[in-house]
Design a protein. Structure first.
Length: 436
Protein backbone atom coordinates (compact mmCIF):
# COMPACT_ATOMS: atom_id res chain seq x y z
CA UNK A 1 0.00 0.00 0.00
CA UNK A 2 1.63 3.21 -1.08
CA UNK A 3 1.53 6.44 0.86
CA UNK A 4 -0.45 8.13 -1.91
CA UNK A 5 -3.08 5.37 -1.89
CA UNK A 6 -3.59 5.64 1.85
CA UNK A 7 -3.92 9.41 1.61
CA UNK A 8 -6.88 9.04 -0.73
CA UNK A 9 -8.99 7.07 1.75
CA UNK A 10 -8.27 8.98 4.96
CA UNK A 11 -11.54 10.56 6.03
CA UNK A 12 -11.56 14.01 7.72
CA UNK A 13 -12.48 12.62 11.15
CA UNK A 14 -9.29 10.54 11.12
CA UNK A 15 -7.02 13.44 10.21
CA UNK A 16 -5.44 14.63 13.42
CA UNK A 17 -3.66 17.73 12.12
CA UNK A 18 -2.50 19.86 15.02
CA UNK A 19 -2.30 17.14 17.65
CA UNK A 20 0.74 17.25 19.93
CA UNK A 21 3.55 14.70 19.91
CA UNK A 22 5.72 14.40 22.98
CA UNK A 23 8.91 12.54 23.83
CA UNK A 24 9.04 10.66 27.14
CA UNK A 25 12.35 9.37 28.42
CA UNK A 26 13.72 8.20 31.76
CA UNK A 27 16.72 9.47 33.69
CA UNK A 28 20.06 7.93 32.73
CA UNK A 29 23.06 6.88 34.82
CA UNK A 30 26.69 7.73 34.07
CA UNK A 31 26.89 4.75 31.68
CA UNK A 32 23.98 6.03 29.61
CA UNK A 33 21.58 3.33 30.84
CA UNK A 34 18.04 4.13 32.04
CA UNK A 35 17.53 4.36 35.80
CA UNK A 36 15.06 1.62 36.72
CA UNK A 37 12.87 3.66 39.09
CA UNK A 38 12.59 6.42 36.50
CA UNK A 39 11.66 3.93 33.79
CA UNK A 40 9.02 2.28 35.99
CA UNK A 41 7.51 5.70 36.62
CA UNK A 42 7.17 6.24 32.86
CA UNK A 43 5.50 2.85 32.44
CA UNK A 44 3.00 3.85 35.13
CA UNK A 45 2.35 7.19 33.42
CA UNK A 46 1.80 5.48 30.06
CA UNK A 47 -0.72 3.08 31.59
CA UNK A 48 -2.68 5.95 33.18
CA UNK A 49 -2.65 8.04 30.00
CA UNK A 50 -3.84 5.11 27.91
CA UNK A 51 -6.60 4.24 30.40
CA UNK A 52 -7.76 7.87 30.21
CA UNK A 53 -7.94 7.66 26.41
CA UNK A 54 -5.35 10.39 25.91
CA UNK A 55 -2.85 8.40 23.80
CA UNK A 56 -3.67 8.55 20.08
CA UNK A 57 -0.56 6.65 18.99
CA UNK A 58 2.68 5.48 20.54
CA UNK A 59 6.00 4.18 19.25
CA UNK A 60 9.39 3.22 20.70
CA UNK A 61 12.37 4.49 18.66
CA UNK A 62 14.80 1.80 17.56
CA UNK A 63 17.55 1.98 14.92
CA UNK A 64 17.66 5.47 13.48
CA UNK A 65 16.37 7.08 16.65
CA UNK A 66 13.63 9.67 17.03
CA UNK A 67 13.68 10.96 13.46
CA UNK A 68 13.34 7.51 11.92
CA UNK A 69 10.58 6.63 14.37
CA UNK A 70 8.49 9.70 13.55
CA UNK A 71 8.90 8.93 9.84
CA UNK A 72 7.56 5.38 10.32
CA UNK A 73 4.65 6.71 12.38
CA UNK A 74 3.77 9.12 9.59
CA UNK A 75 3.72 6.34 6.98
CA UNK A 76 0.91 4.46 8.73
CA UNK A 77 -1.93 6.84 7.78
CA UNK A 78 0.01 9.36 5.71
CA UNK A 79 0.08 12.09 8.33
CA UNK A 80 2.77 14.74 8.12
CA UNK A 81 4.91 15.96 11.00
CA UNK A 82 6.66 19.18 11.92
CA UNK A 83 9.38 19.16 14.57
CA UNK A 84 8.88 22.08 16.94
CA UNK A 85 11.75 20.87 19.14
CA UNK A 86 14.98 19.71 17.53
CA UNK A 87 17.00 19.79 20.76
CA UNK A 88 16.75 16.12 21.73
CA UNK A 89 19.02 13.09 22.01
CA UNK A 90 18.63 9.53 20.74
CA UNK A 91 18.66 7.40 23.87
CA UNK A 92 17.42 4.04 25.14
CA UNK A 93 13.82 3.48 26.31
CA UNK A 94 12.29 6.60 24.79
CA UNK A 95 8.60 6.81 23.90
CA UNK A 96 7.10 8.97 21.17
CA UNK A 97 3.46 9.66 22.01
CA UNK A 98 0.78 11.43 20.05
CA UNK A 99 -1.35 12.75 22.86
CA UNK A 100 -4.77 14.28 23.35
CA UNK A 101 -3.64 16.68 26.06
CA UNK A 102 -2.75 20.33 25.65
CA UNK A 103 -0.37 20.55 28.61
CA UNK A 104 1.23 17.19 29.38
CA UNK A 105 4.86 16.45 28.53
CA UNK A 106 7.63 18.11 26.57
CA UNK A 107 6.49 18.69 23.01
CA UNK A 108 8.53 17.15 20.18
CA UNK A 109 6.35 18.43 17.35
CA UNK A 110 2.90 18.60 15.78
CA UNK A 111 0.97 16.44 13.34
CA UNK A 112 0.28 18.28 10.08
CA UNK A 113 -2.12 17.50 7.26
CA UNK A 114 0.33 17.70 4.36
CA UNK A 115 2.23 14.39 3.83
CA UNK A 116 5.71 15.69 4.60
CA UNK A 117 8.23 15.98 7.42
CA UNK A 118 9.49 19.43 8.35
CA UNK A 119 12.76 19.68 10.31
CA UNK A 120 14.57 22.99 10.86
CA UNK A 121 12.60 24.53 7.99
CA UNK A 122 13.49 21.75 5.53
CA UNK A 123 10.58 19.92 3.87
CA UNK A 124 10.79 16.24 2.85
CA UNK A 125 7.86 14.54 1.10
CA UNK A 126 6.76 11.21 2.62
CA UNK A 127 6.47 9.63 -0.83
CA UNK A 128 10.13 10.41 -1.58
CA UNK A 129 11.27 9.14 1.82
CA UNK A 130 9.24 5.94 1.41
CA UNK A 131 10.92 5.16 -1.93
CA UNK A 132 14.34 5.62 -0.34
CA UNK A 133 13.29 3.46 2.62
CA UNK A 134 12.01 0.58 0.43
CA UNK A 135 14.71 0.68 -2.25
CA UNK A 136 17.57 -1.33 -0.64
CA UNK A 137 15.60 -4.59 -0.38
CA UNK A 138 13.19 -4.21 -3.30
CA UNK A 139 15.35 -6.28 -5.66
CA UNK A 140 15.69 -9.06 -3.05
CA UNK A 141 12.20 -9.01 -1.51
CA UNK A 142 9.99 -7.25 -4.07
CA UNK A 143 6.78 -5.70 -2.80
CA UNK A 144 4.99 -6.05 -6.13
CA UNK A 145 4.63 -8.61 -8.92
CA UNK A 146 3.91 -8.10 -12.58
CA UNK A 147 0.57 -9.81 -13.16
CA UNK A 148 -0.68 -9.84 -16.74
CA UNK A 149 -3.96 -11.63 -15.99
CA UNK A 150 -6.99 -9.45 -16.67
CA UNK A 151 -10.29 -9.86 -14.85
CA UNK A 152 -13.15 -10.28 -17.34
CA UNK A 153 -16.35 -8.38 -16.72
CA UNK A 154 -18.87 -11.12 -15.91
CA UNK A 155 -22.50 -10.48 -15.07
CA UNK A 156 -23.29 -11.50 -11.50
CA UNK A 157 -26.45 -13.40 -10.71
CA UNK A 158 -27.97 -11.36 -7.89
CA UNK A 159 -31.27 -13.29 -7.74
CA UNK A 160 -29.96 -16.43 -6.09
CA UNK A 161 -32.34 -18.03 -3.58
CA UNK A 162 -31.30 -17.99 0.06
CA UNK A 163 -30.61 -21.33 1.74
CA UNK A 164 -32.70 -22.09 4.84
CA UNK A 165 -32.29 -24.66 7.59
CA UNK A 166 -35.16 -27.16 7.69
CA UNK A 167 -34.89 -28.08 11.38
CA UNK A 168 -34.74 -24.99 13.60
CA UNK A 169 -32.90 -25.46 16.90
CA UNK A 170 -34.13 -24.35 20.32
CA UNK A 171 -30.61 -24.69 21.72
CA UNK A 172 -27.14 -23.53 20.65
CA UNK A 173 -25.86 -24.84 17.32
CA UNK A 174 -22.77 -27.03 17.73
CA UNK A 175 -19.66 -26.19 15.67
CA UNK A 176 -16.96 -28.88 15.44
CA UNK A 177 -13.40 -27.54 15.05
CA UNK A 178 -10.81 -30.23 14.18
CA UNK A 179 -7.17 -29.55 15.05
CA UNK A 180 -4.42 -31.10 12.93
CA UNK A 181 -0.66 -30.93 13.37
CA UNK A 182 0.13 -27.31 12.49
CA UNK A 183 -3.35 -25.84 13.06
CA UNK A 184 -2.97 -22.60 14.99
CA UNK A 185 -6.28 -20.73 14.81
CA UNK A 186 -8.58 -23.04 16.77
CA UNK A 187 -8.80 -20.83 19.85
CA UNK A 188 -9.62 -17.63 17.95
CA UNK A 189 -12.22 -19.57 15.94
CA UNK A 190 -13.81 -21.06 19.05
CA UNK A 191 -13.87 -17.67 20.73
CA UNK A 192 -15.58 -16.06 17.72
CA UNK A 193 -18.20 -18.82 17.57
CA UNK A 194 -18.89 -18.59 21.30
CA UNK A 195 -19.24 -14.81 21.07
CA UNK A 196 -21.68 -15.24 18.17
CA UNK A 197 -23.91 -17.54 20.24
CA UNK A 198 -22.75 -20.94 19.01
CA UNK A 199 -21.29 -23.89 20.90
CA UNK A 200 -17.74 -24.60 19.68
CA UNK A 201 -15.99 -27.91 20.30
CA UNK A 202 -12.28 -28.32 19.58
CA UNK A 203 -11.28 -31.85 18.55
CA UNK A 204 -7.61 -32.83 18.33
CA UNK A 205 -6.84 -35.33 15.57
CA UNK A 206 -4.18 -37.70 16.91
CA UNK A 207 -1.71 -38.96 14.32
CA UNK A 208 1.17 -40.48 16.30
CA UNK A 209 0.29 -44.06 15.26
CA UNK A 210 -2.03 -45.63 12.65
CA UNK A 211 -4.25 -46.90 15.48
CA UNK A 212 -4.61 -43.44 17.01
CA UNK A 213 -5.39 -42.07 13.55
CA UNK A 214 -8.12 -44.68 13.08
CA UNK A 215 -9.58 -43.89 16.50
CA UNK A 216 -9.53 -40.17 15.72
CA UNK A 217 -11.41 -40.73 12.46
CA UNK A 218 -14.08 -42.79 14.29
CA UNK A 219 -14.49 -40.29 17.12
CA UNK A 220 -14.53 -37.33 14.74
CA UNK A 221 -17.29 -38.99 12.69
CA UNK A 222 -19.39 -39.55 15.80
CA UNK A 223 -18.97 -35.97 16.95
CA UNK A 224 -19.79 -34.59 13.50
CA UNK A 225 -23.08 -36.51 13.51
CA UNK A 226 -24.01 -34.56 16.65
CA UNK A 227 -22.90 -31.20 15.21
CA UNK A 228 -24.59 -28.71 12.96
CA UNK A 229 -21.45 -27.21 11.43
CA UNK A 230 -17.85 -28.10 10.64
CA UNK A 231 -15.22 -25.36 10.75
CA UNK A 232 -11.72 -26.04 9.42
CA UNK A 233 -9.51 -23.35 11.01
CA UNK A 234 -6.35 -21.77 9.69
CA UNK A 235 -2.76 -22.82 10.26
CA UNK A 236 -0.02 -24.71 8.50
CA UNK A 237 -1.06 -28.37 8.51
CA UNK A 238 2.01 -30.61 8.60
CA UNK A 239 4.22 -27.56 8.12
CA UNK A 240 2.33 -26.77 4.89
CA UNK A 241 3.62 -30.07 3.48
CA UNK A 242 5.76 -30.41 0.33
CA UNK A 243 4.19 -29.01 -2.85
CA UNK A 244 1.08 -27.53 -1.35
CA UNK A 245 -0.72 -27.36 1.97
CA UNK A 246 -4.06 -28.80 3.03
CA UNK A 247 -3.37 -32.26 1.58
CA UNK A 248 -3.30 -34.05 4.94
CA UNK A 249 -6.63 -32.56 5.99
CA UNK A 250 -8.06 -33.57 2.61
CA UNK A 251 -6.81 -37.16 3.09
CA UNK A 252 -8.47 -37.26 6.51
CA UNK A 253 -11.77 -35.97 5.11
CA UNK A 254 -11.63 -38.57 2.33
CA UNK A 255 -11.35 -41.52 4.75
CA UNK A 256 -14.52 -43.63 4.45
CA UNK A 257 -16.04 -42.92 7.88
CA UNK A 258 -15.26 -39.21 7.82
CA UNK A 259 -16.41 -38.81 4.22
CA UNK A 260 -19.72 -40.45 5.09
CA UNK A 261 -20.26 -38.18 8.10
CA UNK A 262 -19.46 -35.09 6.00
CA UNK A 263 -21.99 -36.18 3.36
CA UNK A 264 -24.56 -36.80 6.12
CA UNK A 265 -23.95 -33.32 7.54
CA UNK A 266 -24.60 -31.67 4.19
CA UNK A 267 -27.14 -33.90 2.46
CA UNK A 268 -29.23 -35.18 5.37
CA UNK A 269 -28.92 -32.64 8.16
CA UNK A 270 -28.57 -29.53 5.98
CA UNK A 271 -25.58 -28.35 8.01
CA UNK A 272 -22.76 -25.97 7.19
CA UNK A 273 -19.04 -26.22 6.46
CA UNK A 274 -16.51 -23.43 6.53
CA UNK A 275 -12.78 -23.45 5.81
CA UNK A 276 -10.56 -20.47 6.61
CA UNK A 277 -7.06 -20.16 5.10
CA UNK A 278 -5.58 -23.66 5.60
CA UNK A 279 -9.16 -24.93 5.87
CA UNK A 280 -10.02 -23.31 2.54
CA UNK A 281 -7.08 -25.11 0.97
CA UNK A 282 -8.41 -28.44 2.26
CA UNK A 283 -11.93 -27.78 0.97
CA UNK A 284 -10.60 -27.05 -2.51
CA UNK A 285 -8.41 -30.18 -2.46
CA UNK A 286 -11.40 -32.38 -1.58
CA UNK A 287 -13.84 -30.91 -4.09
CA UNK A 288 -16.16 -29.63 -1.34
CA UNK A 289 -15.36 -26.42 -3.12
CA UNK A 290 -16.59 -25.70 -5.65
CA UNK A 291 -18.86 -28.78 -5.93
CA UNK A 292 -20.26 -29.15 -2.41
CA UNK A 293 -19.22 -32.79 -2.23
CA UNK A 294 -16.04 -34.82 -1.82
CA UNK A 295 -14.59 -35.81 -5.20
CA UNK A 296 -11.58 -37.73 -6.46
CA UNK A 297 -8.43 -35.65 -7.11
CA UNK A 298 -8.79 -36.18 -10.87
CA UNK A 299 -12.09 -34.28 -10.90
CA UNK A 300 -10.78 -31.08 -9.33
CA UNK A 301 -10.84 -28.04 -11.65
CA UNK A 302 -9.04 -25.64 -9.32
CA UNK A 303 -6.48 -25.44 -6.54
CA UNK A 304 -4.71 -23.07 -4.20
CA UNK A 305 -0.99 -22.57 -4.64
CA UNK A 306 1.98 -20.42 -3.65
CA UNK A 307 1.57 -16.64 -3.64
CA UNK A 308 2.76 -14.98 -6.83
CA UNK A 309 5.19 -12.85 -4.83
CA UNK A 310 6.92 -16.03 -3.64
CA UNK A 311 6.63 -15.56 0.11
CA UNK A 312 4.26 -15.35 3.04
CA UNK A 313 1.95 -12.33 3.18
CA UNK A 314 0.47 -10.84 6.35
CA UNK A 315 -1.65 -7.72 6.10
CA UNK A 316 -5.18 -6.32 5.94
CA UNK A 317 -7.03 -6.83 2.66
CA UNK A 318 -10.36 -5.48 1.39
CA UNK A 319 -12.93 -8.00 0.19
CA UNK A 320 -16.11 -7.01 -1.62
CA UNK A 321 -19.23 -9.13 -1.20
CA UNK A 322 -20.17 -10.42 -4.67
CA UNK A 323 -22.92 -12.84 -3.63
CA UNK A 324 -24.56 -13.31 -0.23
CA UNK A 325 -26.91 -16.28 -0.66
CA UNK A 326 -24.62 -18.37 1.57
CA UNK A 327 -25.86 -18.79 5.15
CA UNK A 328 -22.42 -17.66 6.29
CA UNK A 329 -23.00 -14.29 4.57
CA UNK A 330 -26.70 -13.77 5.26
CA UNK A 331 -26.01 -10.65 7.37
CA UNK A 332 -24.03 -8.90 4.63
CA UNK A 333 -25.20 -7.03 1.56
CA UNK A 334 -23.92 -7.40 -1.98
CA UNK A 335 -21.47 -4.60 -2.70
CA UNK A 336 -20.30 -4.14 0.89
CA UNK A 337 -16.54 -4.07 1.41
CA UNK A 338 -14.94 -5.56 4.50
CA UNK A 339 -11.40 -5.26 5.78
CA UNK A 340 -10.02 -8.68 6.77
CA UNK A 341 -6.62 -9.80 8.09
CA UNK A 342 -4.77 -12.41 6.00
CA UNK A 343 -1.69 -14.50 6.78
CA UNK A 344 -0.65 -17.14 4.27
CA UNK A 345 2.02 -18.32 1.87
CA UNK A 346 -0.30 -20.31 -0.40
CA UNK A 347 -3.44 -18.30 -1.00
CA UNK A 348 -3.41 -18.03 -4.78
CA UNK A 349 -6.63 -19.53 -6.13
CA UNK A 350 -6.03 -21.07 -9.56
CA UNK A 351 -8.68 -21.73 -12.18
CA UNK A 352 -9.13 -21.00 -15.87
CA UNK A 353 -11.43 -18.34 -17.32
CA UNK A 354 -14.11 -20.87 -18.27
CA UNK A 355 -14.36 -22.08 -14.67
CA UNK A 356 -14.30 -18.50 -13.38
CA UNK A 357 -17.25 -17.57 -15.58
CA UNK A 358 -19.18 -20.63 -14.38
CA UNK A 359 -18.49 -19.81 -10.76
CA UNK A 360 -19.50 -16.18 -11.21
CA UNK A 361 -22.71 -16.98 -13.04
CA UNK A 362 -23.64 -19.48 -10.32
CA UNK A 363 -22.97 -16.93 -7.59
CA UNK A 364 -20.20 -19.06 -6.10
CA UNK A 365 -17.58 -16.31 -6.09
CA UNK A 366 -18.71 -14.69 -2.86
CA UNK A 367 -15.85 -12.23 -2.33
CA UNK A 368 -13.13 -10.57 -4.40
CA UNK A 369 -10.01 -8.61 -3.45
CA UNK A 370 -10.68 -4.97 -4.34
CA UNK A 371 -8.73 -1.71 -4.49
CA UNK A 372 -9.67 1.61 -2.92
CA UNK A 373 -12.17 2.19 -5.75
CA UNK A 374 -13.83 -1.13 -4.80
CA UNK A 375 -12.75 -2.68 -8.10
CA UNK A 376 -11.38 -6.27 -8.33
CA UNK A 377 -7.61 -6.00 -8.47
CA UNK A 378 -4.56 -8.10 -9.33
CA UNK A 379 -2.16 -5.59 -7.76
CA UNK A 380 -0.07 -7.11 -4.98
CA UNK A 381 -0.99 -4.45 -2.43
CA UNK A 382 -4.68 -5.37 -2.75
CA UNK A 383 -4.44 -9.03 -3.80
CA UNK A 384 -1.32 -10.23 -1.93
CA UNK A 385 -1.48 -13.82 -3.15
CA UNK A 386 -2.11 -12.99 -6.83
CA UNK A 387 -5.32 -15.01 -6.64
CA UNK A 388 -6.76 -15.54 -10.12
CA UNK A 389 -9.59 -13.17 -10.97
CA UNK A 390 -9.15 -11.66 -7.48
CA UNK A 391 -11.10 -14.52 -5.86
CA UNK A 392 -10.95 -14.34 -2.05
CA UNK A 393 -14.09 -16.23 -1.01
CA UNK A 394 -15.82 -19.17 -2.69
CA UNK A 395 -18.96 -21.19 -1.93
CA UNK A 396 -20.63 -24.39 -3.05
CA UNK A 397 -23.64 -24.00 -5.37
CA UNK A 398 -26.11 -23.82 -2.45
CA UNK A 399 -23.76 -21.71 -0.33
CA UNK A 400 -23.63 -24.09 2.64
CA UNK A 401 -19.92 -24.80 2.09
CA UNK A 402 -17.76 -21.69 2.17
CA UNK A 403 -14.02 -21.14 2.02
CA UNK A 404 -11.99 -17.99 2.21
CA UNK A 405 -8.42 -16.84 2.83
CA UNK A 406 -9.41 -13.93 5.09
CA UNK A 407 -9.31 -14.63 8.84
CA UNK A 408 -12.81 -13.43 9.76
CA UNK A 409 -12.31 -14.93 13.21
CA UNK A 410 -9.52 -12.48 14.00
CA UNK A 411 -11.80 -9.57 14.75
CA UNK A 412 -12.17 -8.00 18.16
CA UNK A 413 -11.94 -4.99 20.40
CA UNK A 414 -8.88 -2.75 19.91
CA UNK A 415 -7.56 -4.74 16.93
CA UNK A 416 -6.35 -2.85 13.82
CA UNK A 417 -7.18 0.53 15.36
CA UNK A 418 -4.80 2.29 13.01
CA UNK A 419 -6.04 0.57 9.84
CA UNK A 420 -9.36 2.00 8.73
CA UNK A 421 -12.14 -0.28 7.55
CA UNK A 422 -15.29 -2.25 8.34
CA UNK A 423 -14.12 -5.49 9.96
CA UNK A 424 -17.20 -7.14 11.44
CA UNK A 425 -19.33 -8.90 8.84
CA UNK A 426 -21.01 -10.95 11.61
CA UNK A 427 -19.83 -14.09 9.89
CA UNK A 428 -20.42 -16.58 12.71
CA UNK A 429 -23.50 -14.70 13.92
CA UNK A 430 -25.02 -15.35 10.51
CA UNK A 431 -24.33 -19.08 10.81
CA UNK A 432 -25.88 -19.21 14.29
CA UNK A 433 -28.94 -17.33 13.04
CA UNK A 434 -29.30 -19.88 10.22
CA UNK A 435 -29.93 -22.63 12.78
CA UNK A 436 -32.29 -20.68 15.04
Amino acid sequence: MSVADVHEIITPEFKRAGSRVILLEPDYDDKGLPVSDSLLKIFDELQKLNAAGKILSCYVPTFGGVKAATFKMCLGNNFGFEFTNTNYHNNHCQFIIEINDAEYGKELGRVIESPEIIFNGEHEQLSDLEKIYDAPLESIFPTKTQEALQIPDVKINSDLPKTFYAHKLSTQASFLIPVFAGTNCEYETAKAIHKAGGKPEIFVVRTLTPELMRQSAEEFSRKLKDSQALVLPGGFSNGDEPDGSGKFIAIFLRSPEVSESVANLLDVKGGLICGICNGFQALVKTGLLPFGKICSPEELPSTLTFNSIGRHQSRIIRSRVIANHSPWLRLTKVGEVYSIPISHGEGKFLCDETMFRKLMSAGQVAGQYVNFNNEPSMETQFNPSGSCYAIECLTSPDGRVLGRMGHVERVGRDLYRNVLGNYDMKFFEAACEYFS
